[in-house]
Design a protein around this ligand. Structure first.
Ligand code: NAP
Ligand code: ZN
Length: 359
């Protein structure tokens, strides 16, 4: 085992702080990765604070990891030391259920192993995520990064990117389609960029009037202030697809009314377990055969496809880089929708902090 500096939450109501973890020695199929950057997802905050009711402590969040390969196991063929790689939300799955066989490990019928808050399958313990100096991952769950520079801004693609790319592809977003993205946060700003790159007519819904200019710069053709009923009414019955990334409970009917016949609103935002969305009105669904759906990240094959699509279209995240010790301040700003548009931890700050403590 290798001792590794990390940041962890020790309970739901404590801030994150330094915490030493251990990483396994790389097995024959494993890749050891020195972590350069890790994005800060709202799911990290939900988990650190046990808002989904399933957190095992200590909890080391982080599932938007970009790093450099430092060693590979003897049976690894697709990667070598020095490669730039990514790790997203999963580090293992059963490999033999229908979903895994279809390349949809994110829907593994036996439950995939999360990069953090696992549980790890062999020992039933926890897994520790990317708020750490390094990680060891089975090569099946490691992604190739082909972006040449700006690697900090690539990190959020590993969750925010794939979580928006996958439903946009599944519901055939492209030219001739009118697509709404709800919420301009980490997921939402990637949704706007990707839907625009896929050729759709993109409408951003935001509660923050100050984000209007950014919404257009990022690729929205129109920006609607969702708190203004008159602006919302102008779009009634006109959308093919709406991707809702909002983490807080809100009135879904306001968006269902905007779907065309047979339109779908896909929810990817996941509110805390004790404050769900109010139930939508059934008539809003049956009168136009509208659908509400959900979607969870994406499979490994599709994640690689998304990374390659982004490299080809010159897409990265808009980020604010922070030091590891500023993570608790970043969480508070995220709760105020004050992120432009993803925090990314420069992991050198954690390595320096650990080194100065040891000295
Ligand atoms: P985020 O950066 O905090 O962005 C959420 C955005 O939602 C905010 O920036 C804000 O945008 C809007 N918003 C916040 N409070 C609101 C409210 N009360 N009413 C309406 N809009 C509000 O979060 P994120 O990292 O993008 O994650 C969003 C959600 O997706 C979280 O619940 C996260 O756990 C979940 N998630 C799901 C998956 C999946 O696989 N399904 C994967 C990753 C994350 P405006 O200022 O523009 O209104
Ligand atoms: Zn995430």
């Amino acid at each position: 085992m290798t001792p590794t500096p990390a940041y962890a939450a020790q309970s739901a109501d404590q801030p994150l702080g330094p915490h030493a973890i251990e990483r396994r020695e790389p097995g024959p199929h494993d890749i050891a990765i020195d972590i350069l950057y890790c994005g800060v997802c709202h799911s990290d905050l939900h988990t650190a604070r046990n808002e989904w009711g399933n957190t095992t402590y200590p909890s080391v969040p982080g599932h938007e990891i970009v790093g450099t390969v430092t060693a590979v196991g003897k049976d690894v063929h697709g990667f070598k030391a020095g490669d730039t790689v990514g790790v997203g939300c999963m580090v293992d799955s059963c490999g033999h259920c229908d979903s895994c066989k279809a390349g949809e490990e994110n829907y593994c019928e036996n439950g995939f192993t999360g990069t953090y808050n696992g549980p790890a399958q062999e020992d039933g313990g926890n897994t520790y995520g990317g708020y750490s100096a390094n990680i060891v991952v089975d090569e099946k769950f490691v992604l190739h990064i082909t972006h040449k520079d700006n690697l900090a801004a690539v990190a959020p693609l590993l969750c925010a990117g794939i979580t928006t790319y996958s439903p946009l592809r599944h519901w055939h977003v492209g030219p001739g389609k009118k697509v709404g993205i709800v919420g301009l946060g980490g997921l939402g700003h990637m949704g706007v960029k990707l839907a625009h790159a896929m050729g759709a007519h993109v409408v951003l819904f935001t509660t923050s009037p100050s984000k209007t200019g950014d919404g257009k710069r990022l690729g929205a053709d129109e920006v609607v202030i969702s708190k203004d009923p008159a602006q919302m009414a102008q779009h009634a019955g006109s959308f093919d697809f709406i991707l809702n990334t909002v983490a807080a409970p809100h009135n879904l009917d306001a968006y269902l009314n905007l779907l065309k016949r047979d339109g779908t609103m896909c929810l990817v935002g996941a509110p805390p377990i004790d404050s769900p969305h109010p139930s939508p009105t059934v008539f809003n669904l049956i009168m136009k055969r509208r659908g509400i759906a959900g979607s969870l990240i994406g499979g490994i094959r599709e994640t690689q496809e998304m990374l390659d699509f982004c490299a080809e279209h010159d897409i990265v995240s808009d980020i604010e880089t922070i030091a590891m010790r500023d993570i608790n301040k970043a969480y508070e700003r995220m709760l105020k929708s004050d992120v432009k548009y993803r925090f990314v931890i420069d992991m050198q700050s954690l390595k320096d902090e650990a080194r100065s403590k040891a000295a």
